[in-house]
Ligand binder design. Sequence first.
Ligand SMILES: CC(=O)N[C@H]1[C@@H](OP(=O)(O)OP(=O)(O)OC[C@H]2O[C@@H](n3ccc(=O)[nH]c3=O)[C@H](O)[C@@H]2O)O[C@H](CO)[C@@H](O)[C@@H]1O[C@H](C)C(=O)N[C@@H](C)C(=O)N[C@H](CCC(=O)O)C(=O)O
Ligand SMILES: Nc1ncnc2c1ncn2[C@@H]1O[C@H](COP(=O)(O)OP(=O)(O)OP(=O)(O)O)[C@@H](O)[C@H]1O
Length: 511
Amino acid sequence: MAQITVAEVLVLLKEHNLLLESQLSSSSHPFDQIAYNSKLVTDNCLFFCKGNFKSAYLDDARQNGATAYMSEKTYQNAGIPGIIVKNIQKAMSLVSAAFFGFPQDQLPTIAYTGTKGKTTSAYFTKAILDQTYQRKVALSSTINTVVGLKPEDVVKSNLTTPESLDLFTMMRKAADNGMSHLVMEVSSQAYKKNRVYGLHYDVGVFLNISPDHIGRNEHPTFADYLHCKEQLLVNSDVCVLNADGTHLTDIFYTAKATTQPENIFIYGRAGQNQETEFPVDVEYRSLKDSLTENQIQVTARTAKAKQLNIDGVYRIGIPGDYNEGNAVAAAITSALMGAKPTEIAYGLANTTVPGRMEIYQTHDHGTIYVDYAHNYGSLHSVLDFLKKQAPNGKVTVITGSTGDKGIDRREGLGKAINEAADQAYLTTDDPATEDPQQIAKEIAAHIDTSKVATTYIPDRKQAITKAVSESQKGDLVVVAGKGHDQYQKINGKNVPYEGDAAIVKNLVKGL
Ligand SMILES: CC(=O)N[C@H]1[C@@H](OP(=O)(O)OP(=O)(O)OC[C@H]2O[C@@H](n3ccc(=O)[nH]c3=O)[C@H](O)[C@@H]2O)O[C@H](CO)[C@@H](O)[C@@H]1O[C@H](C)C(=O)N[C@@H](C)C(=O)N[C@H](CCC(=O)O)C(=O)O
Ligand SMILES: Nc1ncnc2c1ncn2[C@@H]1O[C@H](COP(=O)(O)OP(=O)(O)OP(=O)(O)O)[C@@H](O)[C@H]1O
């Protein structure tokens, strides 16, 4: 049973210079539970007060069995003693790791960060390593969290990277279930909010960065966004970097500050004019990229890369030329964890990722793609790819954009549509407290509507139905932004929604 004593908590906090005051004397009395949500508190619990906290939650926690609290401020009438710390998020992460017995020591971890491709790369990696390690690969991703082999060990995720206490809980379960590795996505918010403070990874991958998540409640500036993402490299033993993205020099020197260059692997597309003074270790070239799959040739260029033993031709079961880079990242990280080329080949050919370039064929109408693209970088990649693949077919996109966050996405989506789509249906996507029609207008402001026929249909299902049923053979229709999400976030509520994939799946039956 997981436990931690008061003395252990205090030593840990002192070691990290986080302790301000303790109203508890250092003792070997253990806490049986730790929690940050008062509703989940049980007997003899150490309760963390963090975030948008109300003192009523502390009363609730005490009534449910909390015997001490930890917080950045003192609550005079708490009725239980407090441990006051400089930074509650950092303290909670450190205490959670210790409470659960440092599960990361039993679970070699591959972590992905990047503006785009984290989920896809994580799924590729899990599919490969599942071959090598008899499916015993745990996963922490935006879509699902996997801690074991039973159906109940797979649950839907709430965040891309969970709160620290939840992350260490899942890692403990995975280790106890005999899982051999963990593949996880690490968002920039996870660093901003210290959800992964103190966690080290065996391999950390920096996929790419482009402006996103900048604004209210997220990152104040691009520099802050980049800084947060780069923390993954500072906390990784081996770093894998993509030469095809921007800011490589900055990213490389961040990695080099804590990692020997022989443990830094750079991969890139052959013939690409990369922004790099560093040699590319693993090069790939596209042999085939079609509307249904890719094929790549991977070649090691340096001595350390040759030791990975991954040279060869690989088929990738998910379309989109940008998935070639995601696949190479997964091949490198899997090889570092012991995967053989046959296992890499199987994993890359057989991975599917819910809501990422899912293909739905019709008999007499167009081909429909359900994809999670919801900013400039991703929508541009998808539309650009499809336009190149079907120069004579019409490319139609159905999309909206979120309210109250990612405001700059509206311009980005409009730009991407303007560059490569022939037709756009603007609709609703998690408008929160905003008016979806106003959001659509802001997207449309960046579209030359004399060139790209643009229509606003508020009901998302109606917009999808119209676009799909009007498409002709050879046309390509992209339903972008929501994938399998089964809700619309409206005025603080998750309003049930069928999901793009479910709607399209039903629609194409009769077409
Ligand atoms: C702004 C922000 O980061 N908020 C996160 C934060 O919220 P918070 O700590 O302020 O929590 P809160 O819900 O306001 O409640 C305050 C505290 O009171 C407690 N409480 C509350 C009610 C009660 O009855 N009793 C009680 O004890 C809560 O458990 C909590 O500890 O901690 C919560 C988990 O503990 C997160 O769910 C929440 O993420 C919000 C919802 C969120 O969606 N964040 C997004 C921006 C995010 O992190 N996204 C990234 C992906 C983006 C990317 O790709 O970069 C992600 O990793 O998912
Ligand atoms: N390497 C890439 N470069 C550009 N676009 C990509 C890349 N990989 C995936 N995409 C696009 O981004 C979308 C989201 O991909 P994925 O879920 O793998 O990324 P993510 O980093 O997990 O995204 P998010 O943070 O939005 O959850 C895909 O549906 C696809 O449109």
